[in-house]
Design a protein around this ligand. Structure first.
Ligand SMILES: *Cc1c(COP(=O)(O)O)cnc(C)c1O
Length: 215
């Protein structure tokens, strides 16, 4: 099947409240262009350099999501246009995003990446840390808006474990949402596990290889 057919097939299966971020990392800008022409607006990249080079050659209507680990010194390259940063995992990074957003007269939407996986390799903060940040970031950092959480499940065949990890983040999300109405986005699920993630309450999935093919 073509990438456009893959996109349509996945989109048709998604509940209406779930946003599909097409993860185009390592794939050429021509592929993004094809999906954009087919109506897809949200795209995700995990590297700043690649995000910027695609941004420069493609339609400015595209909403670019930064989904991978972000180094502080690279925030300045994306601050002018990035739609949503999924991977805020420390206060220093949030501070820098705030600074660069202010320079560009923007408010940048961010998700806090919460560590739910049972693996050392996954970035993210723990829920306690997120709670502290949420409780008082507004005054210090008026140019960022935390709109939700992102989490990645363990890379495992064990569906139950994946489900439990997603469930744990959904629980935290629901809990914090009560006090903070700006928390609307729960970004969980990739090609291998987005169906489970949606069953467990995700409303934003980040799908790469199931659309674009293997990397
Ligand atoms: C690569 C990546 C994805 C998409 O992965 P696929 O398995 O290709 O769907 C989702 N989220 C993050 C953070 C990624 O780095």
């Amino acid at each position: 099947m073509s990438i456009v057919e893959n996109l349509h097939q996945i989109k048709n299966e998604l509940p209406e409240n779930v946003t599909l971020v097409a993860v185009s990392k390592t794939k050429p800008a021509e592929d993004v262009q094809k999906l954009f022409e087919a109506g897809q607006l949200e795209f995700g990249e995990n590297k700043v350099q690649e995000l910027v080079s695609k941004y420069e050659v493609l339609s400015k209507e595209i909403r670019w999501h930064l989904i991978g680990h972000l180094q502080k010194n690279k925030v300045k390259y994306i601050a002018e246009f990035v739609h949503l940063i999924h991977s805020v995992d420390n206060l220093d990074l949030l501070k820098e995003i705030n600074k660069q957003a202010a320079k560009n007269n923007r408010i940048i939407n961010c998700l806090l990446q919460i560590k739910i996986a049972d693996e050392d390799s996954k970035f993210g903060m723990d829920a306690k840390n997120a709670e502290v940040i949420l409780s008082d970031y507004k005054e210090q950092f008026p140019s960022v808006k935390i709109t939700g959480f992102m989490g990645m499940a363990t890379f495992t065949e064990d569906e139950n474990q994946i489900r439990e990890e997603f469930k744990s983040l959904k629980t935290i999300f629901e809990e914090y949402k009560i006090q903070n109405t700006e928390l609307t986005t729960l970004s969980m699920g990739m090609s291998g596990d987005y169906k489970i993630a949606i069953e467990e309450g995700s409303n934003m999935v980040r799908v790469g290889s199931s659309i674009f093919g293997e990397r």
